[in-house]
Design a protein around this ligand. Structure first.
Ligand code: NDP
Length: 530
């Protein structure tokens, strides 16, 4: 359905991928206007950084109230623009981000509180060190279209709580959801005592607008998207030394051992592969099952897929919605064709849904897949579940790690020790044992990938650390005498320096104590030379 593709004009038209109906129109923001937005954001930062954590939290909690009061309206908008089922708009976007908002509103002050650092032997010399955290300034957020509400909003909340201001460039496929985020913050502000503007700004447009945001040199870029765009942004950001967090693609493996609860694993595989029509960065895109239970697990999975209803996501009993774009559905067709041509077997699905007019691809289960097939290496980002088999634990780990990506993985076994042993050997940022996909929804834990799945983290304390700069405050509590290493140097100084290299730098308290008389001689020398 080519009518679903946005038309490149001064204006971007957003369409519902399930029905082809227009959802809304937004301007293609020019590079000059993006630059002006970043300038406004930078000046707003001067006031916002001075607000207390309590004031910031009140603002975020107020935004949370706005979302709660408009929950169904927002879920319908997300569903209309992305094609995902209404239920998933609530369970996978609104609910987790509401939790993230309360968590960071309540805990950022503690998470970013000054940290006292043990400085070993320097403490013996009467010194003390602490780290305090400063906001960066303007954070530019460039998200993908697949979680158009929760990802940019969650990142904005963390950035704001850390004291930064924010400019978001939503995907051209989901600009109305982007504007909704701006509207939520505006409404929240009007109900608090804060009289600040341009704390959160939304600049709509396509990739060029995203490039203009990078060009405008914000103090940080939070990017979610493909590896290819990530590399372009890294190159452009390098010109201004802008640091970036990259949340990129995945080809996430699920390993099912013969001793797993197969009924549960089958349900997890279906949800993990097909929620959001497989358009999650942490979708299960490769299932490795121990050979002797492969048949029974596959049968269970196929039976569960048969029970699913596909259709326009607006309706409450739909489990599989539309895909987001014609471009994406073509990648799925190409990969399914690759599997077919390479000798894999399509157990169910394997085609566009012939009964539906929009961008619907049937949930597809594929057996006899193997890692040498192209479609087992490239990210599909669609409703396909290829199944391959293994015999030993070592083989399962090797197959799972045979990928350029490393976002998440899951291991299924009733043996908890084996589960954790295998999990630690998987090259992925987040590995679940007897769980799948959902850990992006946990605000407290870091999210990010190994290998080509990304750089940096969002969520958790690690995510907050990406949004601040640490400052080391070092205090000399006994500031009466010069340091032994100060000028002028002398033969006695050199003796002291050699002793310091041998004793002080050894990390041993006993050796350092033995050094004290020499240090005292050297300091006396400096004092008498004054
Ligand atoms: P893209 O890389 O195509 O686009 C991502 C964002 O970048 C969009 O807002 C896009 O705008 C914008 N953009 C495009 N070109 C540029 C440019 N030159 N400079 C700056 N911004 C630009 O990714 P998709 O939208 O197709 O998203 C799918 C990808 O995102 C998948 O690989 C998926 O795995 C990954 N992803 C990763 C997640 C993670 O947490 N690791 C989470 C979710 C998705 P526009 O859309 O308007 O072109």
């Amino acid at each position: 359905m080519s009518a679903v593709l946005p038309i490149r004009t001064e204006e971007i038209i957003s369409y519902n991928p399930a029905t082809g109906a227009e959802v809304g129109r937004v301007p293609q923001t020019s590079a000059d206007d993006v630059k002006a937005a970043v300038t406004r954001s930078r000046s707003a930062f001067q006031n916002w950084k001075k607000t207390s954590f309590k004031e910031r939290a009140a603002y975020i909690m107020q935004a949370r109230e706005v979302i709660l009061s408009q929950m169904d309206e927002i879920a319908h908008l997300i569903s209309a623009e992305s094609g995902k089922p209404f239920g998933e708009a609530i369970s996978m976007e609104i609910a987790p981000v509401l939790d993230l908002m309360q968590y960071f509103a309540r805990n950022t002050e503690k998470l970013l509180g000054p940290t006292k650092i043990g400085i070993g032997l320097y403490a013996l010399l009467g010194r003390s060190s602490k780290i305090v955290y400063h906001p960066l300034g303007v954070v530019g957020i460039i998200p993908a279209w697949n979680y158009p509400f929760s990802i940019p909003l969650g990142e904005a909340v963390m950035a704001l709580m850390a004291g930064n201001t924010v400019v978001i460039k939503p995907s051209e496929l989901t600009p109305m959801v982007g504007l909704k985020i701006g509207e939520i913050f505006e409404k929240a502000q009007s109900t608090t005592n804060l009289r600040l503007s341009n704390i959160v700004q939304i600049v709509t447009g396509d990739g060029q607008t995203g490039a203009a945001l990078v060009e405008a040199a914000p103090d940080k870029i939070m990017f979610t998207g493909s590896v290819a765009t990530g590399k372009k942004i890294a190159a452009a950001a390098a010109k201004n030394l802008t640091s970036c967090v990259f949340e990129l693609g995945g080809k996430d493996p699920m390993i099912v051992f013969a001793d797993a609860n197969l009924e549960l694993a089958a349900g997890a595989a279906v949800w993990g592969a097909f929620c959001n029509s497989g358009q999650s960065c942490s979708s299960v895109e490769r299932l490795y099952v121990q050979e002797n239970v492969a048949e029974v697990l596959t049968r269970k999975i196929v039976e569960k897929v048969r029970e699913l209803t596909q259709g326009v996501g607006d309706s409450e009993d739909i489990s599989i919605g539309a895909m987001s774009s014609e471009r994406q559905i073509k990648i799925v067709e190409d990969h399914v064709e690759d599997f077919r041509a390479a000798g894999a077997k399509i157990e169910i699905g394997g085609r566009r849904n012939p009964d539906l007019e929009g961008l619907f691809y049937e949930p597809t289960v594929i057996t006899n897949a193997s890692n040498d097939m192209r479609a087992m290496q490239e990210e599909t980002f669609g409703p396909t579940l290829p199944v391959a088999t293994f015999t030993t634990e070592e083989e399962a780990i090797r197959l799972a790690n045979d990928s350029e990506f490393g976002l998440t993985a899951s291991v299924w076994t009733r043996d908890r020790a084996k589960g954790e042993r295998v999990a630690r050997q998987i090259e992925a940022g987040s590995v679940c044992v007897n769980e799948v996909l959902y850990t992006h929804g946990i605000a407290q834990t870091p999210w990010g990938g190994f290998k080509n799945s990304g750089r940096g983290r969002t969520h958790g304390r690690e995510g907050l650390m990406e949004l601040v700069q640490p400052q080391h405050i070092h205090i000399n509590l006994l500031a009466l005498l010069p340091d032994a290493w100060w000028m002028p140097y002398s033969p006695n100084a050199i003796i002291t320096f050699r002793a310091m290299a041998r004793k002080f730098a050894s990390g041993s308290i006993i050796k350092t104590t033995m050094l004290l008389p020499q240090l005292a001689r050297r300091i006396k020398e400096l004092v008498t030379k004054r």
